[in-house]
Design a protein around this ligand. Structure first.
Ligand SMILES: C[S@@+](CC[C@H](N)C(=O)[O-])C[C@H]1O[C@@H](n2cnc3c(N)ncnc32)[C@H](O)[C@@H]1O
Length: 384
């Protein structure tokens, strides 16, 4: 069996904390506040968060220095961490092989493309946003990567791109296009679908889409998955199959999303102490798509839910077909080390039918009673 553990540590999964503490801090200081005053940063963050909540379709106010301050101090570390985890999910499937150009559309401060840079030896990075103030910052932050050796050197190019009016740049199959927290800012689902159709009718070889983990955004993303497939693209992650999404098919509100532990710069604790939002872990929804199909790995399964602890029984949502399935087991019947084992969202592994003892429940919530030997095997594989 191939090792499809999502926890496999890899050299291309760097620790961003020193870079956040030096380079990103320097960028925040360049806004005029010599030593970032955490009280001011917290006020700016709350203001930008309220802006997004009350005016989800309005432009990000990048003309305001306080908004850039909040973007860099708060949103940048979180979105960089999300993209880094999306990158690791892709790496488990060899998603990045062959790409030479990374294109970040709606790049903001470049958090997503920065998080993805270490995953492949990209030769060029192309940054686009409708606001020149953020593109310039993103370009500077990308240029800084060479020094700490976080990623291989790349030419960084940038430009203004106003969706949906402007024509898209021309791409080749070696171009990987990133849209991170951008579709959620477009007018409606029709505009998102039209952007996806424009991108897929060009020559770009792959797409990384990251969206918020709300039920609405994530279910919209699963509907866009169908458009990607109709346009000849194949989904490499998080889906483990090309069939209909079980959560769209069998549930009115369930949504597929993932979770990660964010990198925290040294101002984080003080900043978060002044905010109502806490980020021990952060969630996101995402899709990785390429023109060619992913390597064929039989019996591939991904954990797409947190552990549900019920009377004596643990249940966890699993994606491996268009059925809405849960793995289940009884911790009290297991030896101590195994009783504490839980899967994590995003875990990817092969699971053969003979490793499931019993299958029960209705079509929209099938329970797969996993055998103890299989739990033991997966505990070892996932190194928990
Ligand atoms: C929420 S921010 C996300 C920034 C970045 N991608 C990230 O992951 O941190 C959304 C970005 O998309 C840009 N954007 C939104 N609508 C756009 C449009 N119609 N055309 C070009 N850029 C747009 C905004 O200026 C903003 O920088």
């Amino acid at each position: 069996m191939e090792n499809h553990s999502s926890q496999a540590k890899s050299d291309s999964s760097p620790d961003w904390t020193p870079w956040l503490n030096t380079t990103l801090r320097g960028e925040i200081e360049s806004l005029g506040t010599e030593t970032p005053d955490v009280k001011t940063l917290a006020a700016s963050t709350l203001r930008l968060s309220n802006h997004y909540v009350s005016n989800p379709l309005e432009r990000s106010p990048w003309q305001e220095p306080w908004a850039i301050q909040a973007l860099l101090a708060y949103y940048h570390p979180l979105n960089l961490s999300r993209a880094g985890t999306v990158g690791r999910r892709g790496q488990e499937r060899q998603f990045f092989s062959g790409f030479t150009d990374l294109v970040d559309i709606g790049c903001g401060s470049g958090a997503a493309s920065l998080g993805l840079r270490p995953l492949a030896p990209f030769q060029r990075v192309h940054l686009f946003d409708r606001d020149h103030r953020v593109v310039e910052r993103a370009a500077r932050l990308h240029a800084s990567l060479e020094a700490p050796g976080l990623a291989s050197p790349a030419d960084v190019k940038s430009g203004i791109l106003n969706l949906p009016a402007d024509p898209l740049p021309s791409f080749s199959p070696q171009h990987l296009v990133v849209l991170s927290y951008v579709l959620t800012e477009l007018k409606d689902e029709r505009e998102s679908a039209s952007l996806i159709r424009r991108l897929t009718s060009g020559h770009a070889g792959g797409l990384v889409i990251i969206e918020p983990s709300t039920s609405e955004d994530a279910r919209k993303l699963q509907r866009l998955r169908q458009i990607l497939q109709e346009s000849g693209f194949h989904i490499w992650a998080p889906c483990t199959h090309a069939g209909e999404c079980p959560l769209l098919l069998h549930s009115e509100k369930d949504w597929c999303h993932d979770r990660t532990v964010p990198f925290k710069p040294d101002w984080w604790e003080a900043l978060e102490a002044r905010l109502p939002m806490k980020n021990e872990t952060v969630t996101f929804s995402y899709l990785l798509a390429r023109r060619e199909p992913p390597p064929n790995v039989p019996n591939l399964a991904r954990v797409t839910g947190d552990t549900l602890i019920e009377k004596g029984k643990n249940r966890q949502l699993l994606c491996r077909s268009s059925s809405r399935e849960f793995l289940s087991w009884f911790p009290q019947r297991l030896t101590k080390p195994l009783a504490h084992f839980q899967f994590e969202r995003g875990d990817l592994f092969q699971l053969e039918d003979i490793e499931i003892g019993d299958r029960r429940g209705p079509e929209n919530a099938i329970e797969l009673r996993i055998k103890t030997e299989a739990l033991e095997r997966l505990k070892q594989l996932l190194k928990r």
